[in-house]
Design a protein around this ligand. Structure first.
Ligand SMILES: [Zn+2]
Ligand SMILES: [Zn+2]
Ligand SMILES: [Zn+2]
Ligand SMILES: [Zn+2]
Ligand SMILES: [Zn+2]
Length: 366
């Protein structure tokens, strides 16, 4: 494939790298084997999928803005440009030619209706008097006449049973029986007070209409009319798919940053994958490129990075990887996977041992 250095160039670079690492080897040098090539692959595709439809609209009031929208005659065939960037989601709202009209609200008169709460009076009935909150409108209103004006008890008022000294001291002259120091200080023996809400008038302003007798019709928002039209909508939404083969986990960071990925961008459904792509990769990616229903735009990006795996005789516990970069061939080394697993196993075993020792220590303390 394009941009792949020759095996001889790779071997030379790997051996130079090994020497810098202090791997001398025999008289013929570190002894790099023939490179085994693999290709890292990072493919993504974003398609713009278009959906269309229409719906009946009815909104309160006069909607001047609706008349400014573009019109259509048949939503299915109405031409709209595909989005230049398939990543962009977008919605178009259109008005079917000749469908826009206004109608009167059938459930009100000019946006208002008679207030139901007060039946259009603007006021509501109210009690003129309320019970005194202090004596609760009961016989305690006056110890002499119980609020009737006719003396009943014939007892010396200050000896009223159960009354505290403070209670007795607060008593006032009764407005009904005129006896001093016996009546409730709040109502003065009358049991009731003038209603604070209506000031004894028996009428209060209706809270529902604030006295206005009519209320706003909510459905038409007080406008008395509706704007009616048929709306057509065309949506564009991005749909994404991805396929990646990024090699060993411990390789990803340096190759991702440093490697000279070979990039191909396909924008039309007729655009072809690179001719030098491996057959297996072509088989992997071809289904992802099949045009989808209602696809109107796409951008597929294929990035490839050839990577050579080289074993070095004089350094058997490390894998050497070489890949092209913008400045030449980059070589990195990693512990061999066997070696890697070996150390991972040791680490796991150590961790288990530590845990076991801890458990034993705890058990022996108990
Ligand atoms: Zn209405
Ligand atoms: Zn009294
Ligand atoms: Zn009272
Ligand atoms: Zn009242
Ligand atoms: Zn009212």
């Amino acid at each position: 494939m394009a941009g792949r250095p020759s095996d001889a160039e790779v071997i030379e670079e790997v051996e130079a790298h090994a020497r810098r690492r202090g791997v001398a080897g025999g008289p013929t040098g570190p002894g790099a084997e023939a490179p085994v090539w693999q290709v890292l692959l990072d493919f993504r595709i974003v398609r713009s999928i278009e959906t269309r439809g229409e719906r009946a609209m009815r909104e309160p009031g006069s909607r001047d803005d609706i008349a400014k929208r573009p019109t259509y005659t048949a939503i299915g065939s109405h031409p709209v440009p595909a989005p230049t960037d398939p990543e962009e989601a977008g919605a178009r709202l259109l008005v079917r030619e000749g469908s826009l009209t206004e109608e009167q609200c059938a459930d009100c008169h000019g946006g208002t209706n008679k207030c139901e709460a007060c039946r259009g009076r603007g006021t509501r009935d109210c009690v003129r008097f309320v019970d005194c909150p202090l004596c609760e409108g009961g016989p305690d209103a006056c110890w002499e006449c119980e609020g009737t004006g006719r003396s009943r008890s014939r007892r010396p008022p200050h000896l009223r049973a159960g009354a505290s000294a403070a209670d007795r001291a607060a008593r006032v002259r009764c407005a009904r029986c005129r006896v001093p120091d016996v009546a409730c200080p709040k109502c003065r023996g009358r049991r009731q007070l003038d209603c604070p809400a209506c000031h004894k008038s028996g009428q209060v302003e209706c809270a529902a209409c604030s006295g206005g007798k009519r209320v706003t019709h909510q459905e038409c928002r007080g406008t008395g009319r509706f704007t009616v039209w048929t709306e057509g909508w065309i949506h564009h939404n991005p749909h994404r798919a991805r396929e990646r083969r990024l090699g060993r986990l411990d390789l990803r960071r340096p190759t991702g940053n440093l490697g000279r990925w070979h990039e191909t961008v396909l924008r039309r459904t007729t655009d072809k994958l690179p001719a030098d792509l491996d057959e297996s990769d072509e088989a992997l990616l071809t289904p992802l490129l099949t045009p989808r229903k209602n696809e109107v735009a796409r951008r597929a990006t294929l990035r490839l990075l050839p990577l050579a795996h080289v074993r070095v005789h004089a350094d058997p516990h490390r894998d050497y990887f070489a890949f092209p970069t913008h400045t030449g061939i980059k070589v990195i080394t990693r512990p061999t996977t066997e070696r890697f697993r070996h150390f991972a196993a040791i680490a796991t075993a150590s961790a288990l041992l530590v845990a076991l020792v801890a458990v034993l220590a705890v058990t022996s303390l108990r």
